[in-house]
Design a protein around this ligand. Structure first.
Ligand code: HEC
Ligand code: HEC
Length: 320
């Protein structure tokens, strides 16, 4: 008797779980390196990337305090010292992560062409703790927070003016697809699993460097591919055009014509879909509350996780 009660209780637990599944955390947008990884050793070999006359050692590329790798100096105006070198010997230079052209990488953010006032406001948000992100173990987020605490306001002015003046470019191709390669994490981004294989995309965006070596060499022209669910680009376009069903929340009202940014509101087209997903999710989740994030609250409250995936797929596919 007691045995069958036990089974019944177990059955009840299982049905509750299957009937009310918690929406899965979108960990594809917050890749965390597996423990125990070792940086590749430097045997002094000079490394090259396509279409660049620059040659650097692995140590030169991976020294986060700078001087940072600048493979394509013709892509941007002269790099101010504050972007090329950290203020502290153990610190990080802005352009180590956001790259000299401001292209950024999926694990951080593209900064080229963002309004200067917005850039400053966000660095202050990281500094004051109102932008911790939804995955506290994600190293790049923690590093951005420590940089925000270390940078002086005068240097921040220089950095904001520099990145705001850059012309944004996009190196991402967005492809609708049903089946994607199995992935693992390296360099805080998704990479193809060493064992190969494929799986259904589900409600995810799989954003990967096309050539992981170029990505690891911090080549700002390294191309990316983003696999997105079939139908998501058109669905995202509709959500953006209609303000997710509330015309008073149309994205262009605040993000400006073509969503190219205004005052202290960021630009959106052609940016990393994993980055954009983290922001929509963090704002809905209460892990991004600084600056003017409150203005986004009524929007994210209307969005399901499927809507968010559709929106970021569409935005990433737009010309920058
Ligand atoms: C160690 C890597 C790293 C360095 C160095 C770094 N950042 Fe960041 N930064 C990040 C990450 C990671 C994010 C995105 C966090 C997230 O996903 O929400 C970010 C985001 C930002 C954003 C927000 C962009 C947006 O659209 O909201 C701004 C602005 C920014 N960084 C400015 C700077 C400035 C200025 C410096 C130099 C003083 C700097 N960062 C140095 C990693 C870095
Ligand atoms: C009422 C004004 C307003 C509307 C309407 C609006 N936004 Fe925003 N959005 C903002 C502001 C302001 C920010 C910057 C928040 C901050 O200061 O942290 C922002 C930030 C964002 C970000 C984060 C970008 C980054 O660089 O980190 C995304 C993504 C975004 N909005 C998407 C959308 C989409 C999609 C829509 C339409 C469905 C939309 N927004 C409509 C005001 C608005």
């Amino acid at each position: 008797m007691s045995h069958s009660v036990g089974l019944l209780a177990l059955y009840a637990v299982i049905t509750t779980v299957t009937l009310n599944p918690a929406p899965p955390f979108p960990d594809w947008a917050y890749p965390v390196n597996p423990p125990g990884g070792q940086p590749a050793t430097d045997d002094g070999t000079l490394i090259h990337v396509p279409d660049s006359g620059v040659a650097l050692t692995r140590t030169q590329i991976s020294t986060s305090s700078g001087p940072v790798a600048d493979w394509h100096p013709e892509d941007h105006p002269p790099l101010p010292t504050i972007l090329a070198r950290a203020t502290e010997p153990q610190g990080y230079a802005c352009a180590y992560c956001h790259l000299p052209s401001g292209a950024g990488r999926p694990e951080n953010a593209g900064l080229a062409g963002l309004p200067a006032a917005y850039i400053k406001q966000q660095v202050l948000a990281f500094r004051e703790g109102s932008r911790p992100g939804s995955a506290p173990r994600r190293g790049p987020q923690g590093a951005m927070i420590s940089v925000a605490k270390a940078v002086s306001d005068a240097d921040l002015d220089v950095a904001a003016a520099y990145y705001a003046a850059l012309k944004p470019a996009s190196f991402i191709q967005v492809i609708e697809i049903e089946t994607v390669p199995k992935t693992t994490v390296a360099g805080w981004t998704l990479v193809k699993a060493p064992g190969g294989g494929t799986e259904p995309i589900g409600n995810r965006v799989i954003e990967m460097a096309v050539d992981f070596e170029r990505f690891e060499h911090r080549d700002a022209r390294a191309p990316f591919v983003a696999y997105v669910p079939v139908g998501s680009i058109a669905r995202g376009a509709e959500l953006v055009a209609t303000g997710a069903g509330d015309p008073s929340l149309r994205c262009e009202t605040c993000h400006g014509p073509g969503l190219r940014g205004l005052a202290n509101v960021p630009r959106l087209p052609g940016r990393s879909p994993s980055y954009l997903m983290r922001q929509l999710y963090d704002i809905r989740n209460g892990a991004r509350t600084g600056g003017a994030a409150v203005l986004m609250k009524p929007i994210v409250a209307r969005l399901s996780d499927e809507d968010m995936v559709a929106i970021v797929a569409y935005l990433a596919s737009c010309p920058p």
